[in-house]
Design a protein around this ligand. Structure first.
Ligand code: NDP
Ligand code: GDR
Length: 357
């Protein structure tokens, strides 16, 4: 009989953590996640897959911890004994990283180092191989050097967040080369979904559209509309994380769609979908500008396609529509264009019914 594989995820309560958990559970893994203690519940995105641990069917387990707390990380590692670790935990908001640089660097940069150190000791002591995935970001490319950006493009980070991700990237490479750890960097371009945090621009827009349609919001305040991003669907991207850890050799991969679109184009397609003109609702607020901006991101996913067999399955337009539909559904509304071919958060008898999307 084969043993159940055990995975540990930091950032399990985030957008990617929730999709990755679902994916790994479907693959038959036992999934362990690190959650932070908060005064209100922060497990909304994984509530639908959580089963009381007293239940013999339970396959998902949560542990309190924090990337700023190395002792706890070590303790959890000893307790869980995972064969794969996905380091997704981060203060992941670029704009906020300018307001809170020390904390951002501590969680993103030092947090990764703490985890790598814990794995190094654990692996040396037990002889058990632990495969490590580091959630790298296209923000590391920052100021345009190459179009499109690929694994060999030099980094030029433009925010405390991006600087910390570059640090985490090189530490991951370093631990691979110094201690023979199976450690991979995913360099993921922006990926979105109905579970995207509400303050990232795509979700901020689609959520506002639903409220505008519902008559509870009149204006949407945004910053720079000219920057361009390579936007994909989060569900596709977590599959790529897993694929990286199933290869013979540890390596680094760009995960992207190879297409880029401006915030303006996102506005155009999303507002059009509900027959509204974005110019009638969007207003500028300088609060949402960054001290330094990343103007253009477009990734080249050729290596991932060739080595991992990975490809995105959702187009830009489909992604925008799927997000608008989901936010309309949260308010019990539907668009004139039907519903997406997936499951969503539905309002039934004044209560939300959570279903994966
Ligand atoms: P989210 O912001 O949705 O989730 C971040 C997760 O990290 C949450 O679970 C959060 O917990 C947790 N977290 C925050 N601070 C700490 C800490 N100090 N210790 C432990 N956990 C912490 O991010 P995404 O899911 O979108 O992204 C996942 C990872 O991928 C992040 O590292 C992000 O930087 C990176 N990334 C994301 C991309 C994207 O487009 N989404 C692209 C490239 C990289 P809580 O719920 O309690 O806040
Ligand atoms: P990004 O995503 O910074 O690319 O980081 P975000 O959605 O925050 O910004 C994208 C672009 O939109 C512009 N923008 C606004 N952004 C926000 N958040 N709010 C606004 O009101 C607004 N108006 C315009 C921004 O200036 C920017 O150019 C995301 C995060 O998930 C990171 O963790 C991840 O590493 C990268 O994607 C890849």
């Amino acid at each position: 009989m084969t043993q159940t594989k055990r995975a540990l995820i930091t950032g399990i309560t985030g957008q990617d953590g929730s999709y990755l958990s679902e994916f790994l559970l479907e693959q038959g893994y036992e999934v362990h996640g690190i959650i932070r203690r908060t005064s209100t519940f922060n497990t909304d995105r994984i509530d639908h897959i959580y089963v009381d641990p007293h239940d013999t069917q339970a396959k998902l387990f949560l542990h309190y911890g924090d990337l700023t707390d190395g002792t706890t990380l070590r303790r959890i590692l000893e307790q869980v004994q995972p064969v794969e670790i996905y380091n997704l935990g981060a203060q992941s908001h670029v704009r906020v990283s300018f307001d809170s640089p020390e904390y951002t660097v501590d969680s993103v940069g030092m947090g990764t180092l703490r985890l790598l150190e814990a794995i190094r000791d654990y692996q040396q002591r037990t002889g058990i191989e632990v495969r490590f995935y580091q959630a790298g970001s296209s923000e590391m490319f920052g100021k345009v050097q190459d179009i499109p950006q690929k694994e060999t493009t030099p980094f030029y980070p433009r925010s405390p967040y991006a600087c910390a991700k570059v640090y985490a990237h090189w530490q991951t490479v370093n631990y691979r080369e110094s201690y023979d750890l199976f450690a991979c960097n995913g360099i993921l371009f922006n990926h979105e979904s109905p579970r995207r945090g509400e303050t990232f621009v795509t979700r901020k827009i689609t959520r506002a559209i639903a409220r505008i349609v519902a008559g509870t919001q009149k204006k949407l305040y945004l910053g720079n509309l000219d920057s361009k991003r390579d936007w994909g669907y989060a569900k596709d991207y977590v599959r790529a994380m897993w694929l990286m850890l199933q290869q013979q050799e540890a390596d680094d991969y760009v995960i992207a769609t190879g297409e880029t679109h401006s915030i303006r184009e996102f506005l155009e397609i999303s507002f059009n979908y509900v027959n509204l003109k974005w110019e009638d609702y969007v207003a500028f607020d300088e609060r949402y500008l960054r001290p330094a901006e990343v103007d253009l991101l477009i990734g080249d996913p050729t290596k991932a396609k060739e080595n991992l067999g990975w490809e995105p399955s959702v187009t830009f337009e489909e992604l925008v529509h799927l997000m608008v539909e989901a936010d309309l559904a949260v308010l019990g509304l539907s668009s004139p264009n039907g519903t997406p071919n997936d499951q969503i958060l539905l309002l039934k008898d004044n209560a939300y019914v959570r279903q994966p999307m």
